[in-house]
Design a protein around this ligand. Structure first.
Ligand SMILES: Cc1ncc(COP(=O)(O)O)c(C=O)c1O
Length: 400
């Protein structure tokens, strides 16, 4: 895919905009319109394949954001969707047909698990779920009709890191399309296209937008695949609203600085939790002692703002702790400037069967934090006071 001309911090601020234009508005205008006027039928015909025809097909505000994203990801092209789930479902429906087979890692977002296990079988598309980091299992699951390898890294909520070199080598050997949910990493911390991943998906709702004020999905990647997915998006209709696309674009300009601060804060919080007597286990790949730290440091620039930990107590202890926090707001979602706390079995993983959750390591004691851009000392002090509600004590937390 494309070579980067600038560093990520520069691409985040300047990407997608035409640096040579003169006397234009510095901020991208919002084309808040459903349709575009033409002067005659010839112009109408020419307009149909552009971003100034009808907004379900595309819109100039989308185009600027899509170009900025493609630059940041180092991908040929990018597309916006009405939600992260819409980006996943539209892409998969676009690339697969009845009789095809998918190999998917087990630790993927709950909505994607549901789509693969409950919806795709109705269309004659089967999925085999494999252990996320057991690559022999991936290889064994591949069948003659396997078309796609579905990945997520780092995973939600226990932050497993997938070896991108290993999975792309396997996919190449079997001619599979690789599709990764890279939401937790952001292009500031990880650029899967540089490892040869074909399609990179984000819930843009999270870090890309960054302010918990919009819902959006993103897919970036190979031009031929993006063209196919674009056609399907037009048919299925999951286009983003132009005003939300403009808010997203504004969020992208501060993506690099937000994520760098979130990396620093989350590492500090993980280090604090790893030495706390009332914590049984900490999941954060950049913390010292994590078995996947060498891999994470090799393929990522930072660990990101999400981490999870198990309290040394009961599910009830975990609930009480989450309610005792003041600076971490009790809410699902992640990636915004405010710190949030959630209990995955009650939110993101509530729709997954207990057996499947067990295999993922998602217990009732597990708490997920999305660390924001506040002062790290304040966040740690808040956790310190809230941890007093937990009854059990351990010598040292396990990491990973
Ligand atoms: C890792 C991940 N992927 C996909 C999604 C779905 O995104 P959206 O809520 O924007 O549809 C989420 C939402 O929480 C997520 O956390």
């Amino acid at each position: 895919m494309k070579k980067h001309q600038h560093h990520a911090e520069t691409e985040a601020v300047r990407g997608g905009t035409d640096l040579h234009k003169k006397n234009g508005p510095l901020a991208t205008p919002i084309y808040q319109t459903s349709t575009f006027e033409v002067t005659d039928s010839d112009q109408q015909v020419r307009a149909t394949s552009t971003d100034m025809f009808y907004t379900r097909y595309g819109n100039p505000t989308h185009t600027v954001a899509e170009k900025a994203i493609a630059e940041l990801e180092g991908a040929d092209a990018a597309l916006l969707f009405a939600s992260g789930m819409n980006a996943i479902t539209t892409s998969i429906l676009s690339l697969l047909k009845s009789g095809d087979h998918v190999v998917a890692q087990r630790d993927i977002y709950g909505g994607a698990t549901k789509f693969f296990s409950q919806w795709l079988p109705k269309l004659g598309i089967e999925t085999t779920f494999v252990d996320t980091v057991e690559y022999d299992q991936h290889a064994r699951a591949i069948q003659p009709n396997t078309k796609l390898l579905y990945l997520e890294s780092p995973t939600n909520p226990v932050l497993r890191v997938v070896d991108l070199r290993k999975v792309t080598a396997l996919a190449r050997q079997h001619n599979l399309i690789t599709f990764i949910d890279s939401t937790f990493a952001t292009p500031i911390n990880q650029r899967p296209a540089d490892f040869g991943i074909d399609l990179i998906m984000h819930s843009g709702t999270k870090y890309y937008a960054g302010h918990a004020d919009l819902i959006c999905g993103i897919v970036a990647g190979r031009k031929d695949l993006i063209t196919t997915i674009h056609e399907t998006r037009t048919t299925l209709g999951g286009t983003m609203d132009p005003h939300a696309a403009w808010l997203l674009l504004r969020g992208i300009k501060t993506l690099a600085v937000r994520v760098q601060r979130q990396n620093d804060n989350a590492l500090r919080v993980a280090q604090f939790l790893a030495q706390h007597a009332r914590v049984r286990r900490v999941h954060y790949p950049f913390v010292e002692g994590h078995p996947q730290r060498p891999l994470a440091m090799e393929q990522m620039q930072g660990g990101g703002g999400v981490l999870s930990f198990e309290v040394d107590g009961s599910g009830e202890d975990a609930r009480q702790l989450s309610e005792a926090l003041h600076l971490f707001t009790l809410a699902p979602s992640l990636g915004g400037v405010e710190s949030l706390v959630t209990i995955p079995v009650l939110t993101s993983h509530g729709m997954i069967s207990p057996e499947h959750r067990q295999k993922m390591g998602v217990t009732e004691q597990l708490i997920r934090l999305s660390v924001g851009i506040e002062n790290a000392d304040d966040l740690i002090a808040d956790l310190e006071q809230a941890l007093t509600v937990v009854t059990g004590t351990h010598q040292h937390a396990q990491v990973g």
